[in-house]
Design a protein. Structure first.
Ligand code: F6R
Length: 600
């Protein structure tokens, strides 16, 4: 989703800003822009489309050493050059970039900007016009900025330039993430540390309703009331090489291939010296103490949560409900007496999940976030965090974060079972090591999976995925993966539910991918595959060693039945990847999608 960068130093700002925006491309955007400031004023460049287009439009002779930049994912107003950020106030004195959504923008316009003509359709422009409005009333820029932010309802991360002061960037945030990076005689601003690793790995985190006055040699954090706040910086544990593609053609393929290493990394991180699970005692107690667990997540993380429910209920004997974050707030179930909320989020920034977290905190309930980004909003604001240790996930389509989430959920389930005295013979660390090996066997079979994609998905309009039990949850994920990057209409269905309607969609040659990796439903899902074949479907069955059959398209190595989703999803990820490639789609940056969905 939208990204922000800012730089104030001694070097060519335009180049640093453009490079920063390129690092944020993976989050999804539809237009981009930069503003560079020097003694002569602000130069503004913005374009609809890719950063490469913006780069071409930037004046090579622009020499400013400070500026701000933005990638926009349209919410208010269509993707266009006019709506792209930065936006300027009518007298051109102020220039702003903004992430988030200002909910009361029309009300603010009515109250304060009746006679101001707006140039864009965005909520963002209201912010910059308000700053100008309050500055015209005689306020200093800092005071006008603070006053403006105090009126905003909704979410914002924002950076502002003042034409009359080329040595300052003003930033502010509420609900949307924003960091200030520190270096010698140089300071930067970024909505994601990755964008500015090119300059520094030392960052200061901002809290909601804070502003920062960023100069070359000084950074001052204040509350909206103007009180100074001091905060220690931290070193981002990110290696710039983690976010490079290396020799891979796409991040998605690299991240699919990384899954065996991620699982081994998780084993190491969650193992103590006695080869048993190492988990924070407080988390253990919180889970044990709960009478019901509510898992809240969106998209792929929600699919991991569906598997997590099965794992925790089966292994730890504790009731779990998994909910779609965006629905939970508007359709809240009756809660048990002692609920524990588990938020699953790769980015830790998903606004829908955060909305639920804010609400359940107000109700006084405990929360645990399972995330790939420990310093993220959902991690900071929940009572506890479990890290998925998957490393930065850059491709918009989530792959390694999903399998990592399920691995951590399995560890949590077993730890809860042990702590609660539930007898069991399942050793998750040992079984996860077998999973990592099985994943490797599958990532070595790219040629045959590419062949499946070519044969089944090169020209089709739609595709169905069917499975039962946990295979069904993996089918939902397989279908999501395929539709988001190849734009084939794909749906995952419970095998037994097909004949209650969906089977009407099966025509001659319709691809149906079946999963049969759970022994107790092996025969029944094979029966469902026969039903679709007799109506003309083109079947592709993915089964598991030990109960495979002649004619199965792919046989995956045997792993423990609780952990099959971690392995069975790999062929689906690879088939989606190759299908998108064969259809000429932009795998890492699918249309309309954003990596970190920071608006509701
Ligand atoms: C799909 C995908 C999305 C995310 C969803 C939640 O490949 O990546 O469906 O899973 O937007 O994001 P997080 O996990 O960051 O909360």
């Amino acid at each position: 989703m939208c990204g922000i960068v800012g730089y104030i130093g001694t070097e060519d700002a335009k180049e640093i800003l453009l490079r920063g925006l390129e690092k944020l491309e993976y989050r999804g955007y539809d237009s981009a822009g930069i503003a560079v400031i020097n003694d002569g004023g602000v130069s503004l460049f913005k374009e609809k489309g890719r950063i490469a287009t913006l780069r071409d439009s930037v004046d090579e002779n622009e020499q400013g050493t400070a500026g701000i930049g933005h990638t926009r994912w349209a919410t208010h107003g269509a993707p266009s050059q006019v709506n792209a950020h930065p936006h300027q106030s009518n007298n051109d004195r102020y220039t702003i970039v903004h992430n988030g959504v200002i909910e009361n923008y029309s009300q603010l316009r009515k109250e304060h900007l009746q006679n101001v003509e707006l140039t864009s359709d965005t909520d963002t422009e209201i912010i910059v016009q308000l700053v100008e409005h309050f500055a015209k009333e005689g306020k200093s820029t800092e005071a006008a900025f603070r006053k403006t932010l105090s009126l905003l309802k909704g979410s914002y991360a924002t950076a502002l330039l003042d034409n009359e002061d080329p040595d300052t960037i003003y930033v502010g945030k509420n609900k949307s993430p924003l960091l200030v990076g520190l270096a010698d005689g140089v300071n930067v601003v970024a909505s994601d540390a990755m964008a500015m690793l090119q300059v520094t790995n030392e960052f200061v985190e901002l809290m909601d309703e804070e502003v920062v006055i960023v100069k070359r040699d000084k950074v001052t954090i204040k509350t909206l009331d103007g009180l100074e706040v001091s905060r220690d910086s931290y070193i981002a544990e990110l290696d710039a090489s983690d976010i490079e593609k290396g020799t891979y053609p796409h991040y998605m393929l690299k991240e699919i291939d990384e899954q065996p290493y991620v699982i081994r990394n998780i084993i190491t991180k969650y193992k103590d010296d006695n080869d048993t699970i190492k988990l924070d005692e407080d988390i253990r107690e919180a889970v044990l103490d709960a009478d019901r667990i509510y898992v809240i997540a969106a998209g792929t993380s929600y699919h991991a949560g569906l598997v997590g429910k099965q794992l925790i209920e089966k292994i730890a004997n504790k009731p779990v409900e998994t909910h779609i974050a965006s629905e939970f707030l508007y359709n809240m179930p009756l809660l048990s007496e002692k609920p524990l909320f588990i938020f699953i989020s790769q980015s830790g920034e998903t606004a829908d999940s955060r909305g639920v977290l804010v609400n359940i905190k107000e109700l006084g309930h405990k929360s645990l976030t399972i995330t790939n980004v420990p310093g993220s909003t959902l991690s900071r604001e929940a009572d506890y965090t479990l890290h998925t240790y998957a490393g930065p996930e850059i491709a918009v389509a989530s792959t390694k974060a999903y399998t990592a989430q399920m691995a951590v959920l399995a560890i949590l389930a077993v730890d809860t079972a042990h702590a609660g005295g539930v007898e069991m013979e399942f050793d998750p660390l040992q079984e996860l090591a077998i999973v990592a090996n099985a994943m490797e066997t599958l990532t070595d079979q790219k040629e045959s999976l590419e062949q499946v994609a070519r044969e089944y998905l090169s020209v089709t309009r739609n595709c169905f995925f069917i499975g039962r039990a946990m295979d069904y949850h993996v089918c939902l994920e397989g279908a999501l993966k395929l539709k988001e990057i190849s734009y084939i209409q794909a749906e995952g269905f419970a095998g037994g539910e097909l004949k209650h309607g969906t089977i009407a969609l099966i025509e001659e040659g319709t691809p149906v991918i079946g999963l049969a990796t759970q022994e107790h439903v092996n025969l029944s899902i094979r029966g469902n595959m026969k039903e679709v074949v007799s109506r003309g479907a083109y079947p592709c069955l993915i089964s598991m060693e030990g109960f495979e059959d002649e004619g199965d398209a792919i046989v995956i190595p045997r792993v423990h039945e609780y952990l099959t989703p971690l392995v069975s999803v790999l062929p689906l990820q690879l088939i989606s990847y190759y299908a998108a490639l064969h259809r000429g789609c932009d795998v890492d940056k699918p249309r309309n999608l954003a990596k970190s969905v920071t608006v509701e």
